[in-house]
Design a protein around this ligand. Structure first.
Ligand code: FAD
Ligand code: NAD
Length: 434
């Protein structure tokens, strides 16, 4: 094994893969070290398997809502064996494609656990490797709530490997993961309760969009208990019992903790003392993704950016260009579009905290896919008449539309200019034009 490189990247997820391929493409000699499966969280236990489940859940949910509009026939059933096989094939094909791209780019891939042994030095498989630039792209892991019996709860890592669907489940946490897991499994037929310690779900989104999202989840049959941090979890004969307080308990087959994630920092060993963390507990970085330890960079979920795949991928490429090509500024986080895959999705881009200048709730049922019992749609524009700075959407297709809305926001349009583009009728896009 070669022991000297221009850069060593630890972690083969979205950020690490992007850095390695781009740095090697710019002529650098790069080693990538991954202890698990190539592709990391997004490919193996995040976005991709989640979206596969969501797609099946969405189809069932749509079909259910269309019976009153005349869609009849046998109710579709989920065959978990087929779904798991399709998932395994899909994930393997993505991993294979990454492996091919790394090999084409000339990246040395080492599949084992890496540890930093000194600045500029990484130990793997008993060998010491050296590089003037070490890049941490180690991602994160789910954290459990502080309560008695928390170890009995499963996490999104487990849920995305389930081979059978539960009849009932409690989800703790009302963030992206909690809401997505709740909406998907409710559509797949489980009786779902979501318990969160905040006063509403999806607090990362603007209040009114999130409230519409929450009402849609309730309309799906999900029981939402807000403002509550459960006290204890214990095993009972037919499943689990979650104590909300001293008097109230809920029983369910499965309990899922979706109470946040923390960065994987074990790789730092004794060097951790020299690497500054932000208030959020992730690695603090400067404009060049450099940590407080010179020559050590961090990208993706372990760093203080936004824990989203497109950001991890863009930051990996930006750092590669900064180190081995021409300087490029990191993408501005204010312009990153995002979506919670509930039913229908809640999407947002920009800075909604700057105030709302236009809102419409419950647009025509036609826009909601001709469902007689259509869920509520929502359209919100934020900013000022002179400069629209955010778009919030709830409705079918919001996950696609919000990205294009983000393209418009890059040009900082005034409201009149933004509304000059007509929406397509009958779709979610036409609401703010009317
Ligand atoms: C359930 C779920 C759903 C999600 N859905 C979406 C979505 O729809 N859209 C979206 O944009 N984002 C989504 N995300 C977030 C997205 O998955 C992450 O932002 C992204 O995967 C982060 O990539 P990363 O490269 O920083 O980290 P990771 O993908 O976590 O990669 C880090 C890698 O480092 C490896 N590693 C760690 N320590 C070591 C070590 N010491 N030695 C060697 N290797 C090591 C790990 O094995 C891992 O493979 C989701 C996340 C979850 C959990
Ligand atoms: N669709 C997507 O793009 C997508 C999907 C999944 C995850 N992600 C990314 O992953 C990140 C992590 O997601 P997440 O949902 O794990 O974390 P999160 O921090 O967004 O949500 C955690 C939720 O759990 C609640 N909570 C924490 N402790 C609790 C307790 N003891 N009792 C009750 N509630 C409690 C919090 O108030 C919060 O609502 C997100 O910020 C997001 O960037 C993105």
């Amino acid at each position: 094994m070669d022991t000297s490189y221009d850069a060593i990247v630890i972690g083969g997820g979205s950020a690490g893969l992007s850095f390695a391929r781009h740095a090697a493409g710019l002529g650098a000699k790069v080693a990538l070290i991954e202890r698990g499966k190539l592709g990391g969280t997004c490919v193996n236990r995040g976005c991709v398997p989640k979206k596969m489940l969501w797609t099946v859940a969405d189809a069932l949910w749509r079909a259910g809502g269309l019976t009153r509009s005349g869609l009849l026939g046998p109710t579709p059933q989920v065959d978990m064996e087929r779904l798991c096989a399709a998932r395994a094939d899909k994930l393997q094909s993505i991993r294979d494609s990454y492996r091919g791209k790394l090999s084409e780019a000339g990246v040395t891939v080492i599949e084992d656990e890496a540890a930093m042994s000194a600045p500029g030095e990484v130990t793997v498989q008993g060998e010491k490797l050296h590089a003037p630039r070490i890049v941490l792209a180690t991602g994160g892991h789910p954290i459990r709530p502080k309560m008695e019996g928390a170890e009995l709860a499963e996490t999104s890592d487990d849920v995305l490997e389930w081979t059978a669907l539960p009849g009932s489940m409690v989800v703790i946490g009302g963030g992206y993961i909690g809401c997505e897991m709740a909406a998907i499994h409710a559509a797949l037929g489980a009786r779902v309760t979501l318990v969160t310690d905040t006063d509403r779900v999806l607090t990362e989104f603007s209040e009114n969009a999130a409230k519409v999202g929450q009402r849609n989840m309730q309309a799906q049959g999900i029981r939402i208990i807000a403002g509550c941090a459960p006290a204890a979890l214990r095993a009972v004969e037919d499943g689990l019992e979650l104590a909300l307080d001293s008097d109230t308990t809920i029983r369910a087959e499965k309990v899922v903790a979706a109470t946040g994630r923390a960065p994987n920092l074990g790789v730092l060993g004794a060097l951790q003392e020299r690497v500054k963390l932000s208030d959020k507990g992730v690695i603090e970085i400067d404009e060049c993704f450099e940590t407080s330890l010179p020559g050590l960079h961090a990208v993706g979920d372990c760093a203080d950016r936004l824990p989203l795949t497109p950001v991890a991928v863009a930051d990996g490429e930006t750092l590669a260009r900064q180190l081995f090509g021409e300087h490029r500024d990191p993408v501005a986080l204010r312009d990153v579009a995002t979506t919670a895959f509930v039913l229908p999705p809640v999407g947002e881009v920009g800075q909604p905290a700057q105030g709302t200048i236009f809102e419409e709730e419950e647009s025509t049922p036609l826009a909601a896919g001709v469902r007689a019992d259509g869920p509520q749609d929502y359209w919100g524009l934020g900013g000022s008449e002179a400069a629209v700075t955010s778009v919030s959407l709830v409705g079918e297709g919001a996950q696609e539309a919000v990205a294009w809305a983000g393209q418009m926001l890059l040009h900082r349009p005034d409201r009149a200019r933004m509304l000059r583009a007509l929406g397509v009728h009958p779709t979610l896009s036409e609401a703010p034009m009317g």
